[in-house]
Design a binder for this molecule. Sequence first.
Ligand SMILES: [Zn+2]
Ligand SMILES: [Zn+2]
Ligand SMILES: [Zn+2]
Length: 145
Amino acid sequence: MVQSSIKVLRNRGYRVTRPRRQVLEVLETAQRPLSPYDIQKLLWGKGKHLDHVTIYRVLDLFCTLNLAHKILSLGGFVRCALGKREGCHRFTVCRNCGAFQEFADKGLCAGESEITQDFGFHAEQHLAESLGLCSECSSPQGDSV
Ligand SMILES: [Zn+2]
Ligand SMILES: [Zn+2]
Ligand SMILES: [Zn+2]
């Protein structure tokens, strides 16, 4: 996945700098959305140091290129797991543990665009997150203890 992201960067004419590679690697293994502070801390733990401005800039670029997405409800960033899948990328986000799942559905996009067309609005992108509990957090307690 890091390799495919690196390919996207190169194809779009961006250099694969050390900070870009490091942020990619951290996002790659993340189990929940990460804030720039989280990313800095994780890199710090591996003896690598990036300042906030650099991390913000890298995340900004990744979001523009759809290599990463911002999870609006939690404010963190995740790497894109879908690549070029038809339909906008959407998320389920667990409000308890932060587990997330990315998905895309062309039909949802078509439905949303149809609704907004009624206002004379031309939608270019849809952002959507389903907040709730993941399967682990919603299962009855006690079965794993
Ligand atoms: Zn995505
Ligand atoms: Zn959960
Ligand atoms: Zn869409």
